[in-house]
Design a protein around this ligand. Sequence first.
Ligand code: DX5
Ligand code: ZN
Length: 217
Amino acid sequence: MKHLVAPSLLSADFSNLRPDIEMVNQSQADWFHLDIMDGTFVPNISFGLPVVKAIKKYAAMPLDVHLMIVQPERYIMEFKEAGANILSVHYEACTHLHRTLHTIRQQGMKAGIVLNPHTSVILLDDIISEADLVLIMSVNPGYGGQQFIENTYGKIGRLKELVLRKNPDCLIEVDGGVTLDNARMLLEAGADVLVAGNTIFAAADPIATILRLKNLS
Ligand code: DX5
Ligand code: ZN
């Protein structure tokens, strides 16, 4: 499978989102990556359900929603109704992760597990079979434009071994500090989906940058 590219709208112009949505629509991107932050699980607050709904009206690709919120199980139905196609929850935020993933799938969405930089992939051994994707955070979640954490390459490699052994259909997504310089190595380590915010939206030509991220392999 050719890898996927998911631009993160966290780095878009929040005072005028529509042109950035249209830019992504016209690009080779595969998904819209939407970062939901509650000011408790992470120190920042981003945007919520009404903005997801508004983005859904114009987005031509699936919405990949990354919940950085405590007790995300409270909002599964609401994000489905707002238009999420993929809903990812943090391992660190879920007391009953198995049940939460099942509920997401019951609602007709793909279910993802997100790991913070300090959370080992070893902990996924008994839950990986229930996930459609695992998102590896390569920065501490909460902000765009942060420095990539180098340990991520090895972590993706260890996750790839687990995926091949227990759930070969499970996608590996990487999020945080992804650039044109490290993207190829992330794909070689085993990543299937590249999230990029700053690299795309701070570029002089975002559409060309998305194309370059797509054409790495
Ligand atoms: C960070 C978010 C990321 C963020 C990535 O908490 O999960 O999706 O937008 O931004 P960049 O690519 O700028 O590091
Ligand atoms: Zn994200």
